[in-house]
Design a binder for this molecule. Structure first.
Ligand SMILES: [Zn+2]
Ligand SMILES: [Zn+2]
Length: 131
């Protein structure tokens, strides 16, 4: 699959049972439909966080195309107090996270610092990204 941001071929990383497409060039992450839910399983704020997703038609961030179907993706604002703007395929193929956005989202979901996913992302991006 090609990165929707820089068009480079992404690498597939496997984490538990979730396959993550990751672009080594820009650090972005693509999650297929349902994978975010899997990553957030068992976290405290999971339902609240998933319910917070709202399409933002006025976002002026550059529109990206879904790496699966090529349709222009929606900008989706998610989060409670803090917000992150991610990209979502209008046909629900999946979600795109720019570098650092997935970490922030998982943090909002109340993911444990000690969890596998969290330390995985930390290793991947280094400490700079995670505040
Ligand atoms: Zn990229
Ligand atoms: Zn799509």
């Amino acid at each position: 699959m090609k990165c929707p941001n820089c068009r480079k071929e992404m690498v597939i990383l496997e984490l538990d049972k979730v396959e993550i497409d990751h672009c080594l060039l820009c650090g972005g992450i693509w999650l297929d439909e349902g994978e975010l839910e899997l990553l957030l399983e068992g976290t405290l704020e999971r339902d609240k966080l998933l319910a917070s997703f709202k399409i933002n038609k006025k976002a002026d961030e550059k529109k990206r195309k879904c790496p699966v179907c090529g349709k222009k993706m929606y900008k989706v604002l998610c989060g409670m107090e803090k917000k992150v703007l991610i990209d979502s395929c209008p046909k629900n193929h999946g979600l795109w996270f720019d570098r650092g956005e997935l970490d922030q989202l998982l943090e909002m979901g109340g993911i444990e610092n000690k969890s596998k996913i969290y330390s995985f992302l930390k290793d991947l991006f280094g400490k700079k990204v995670l505040k």
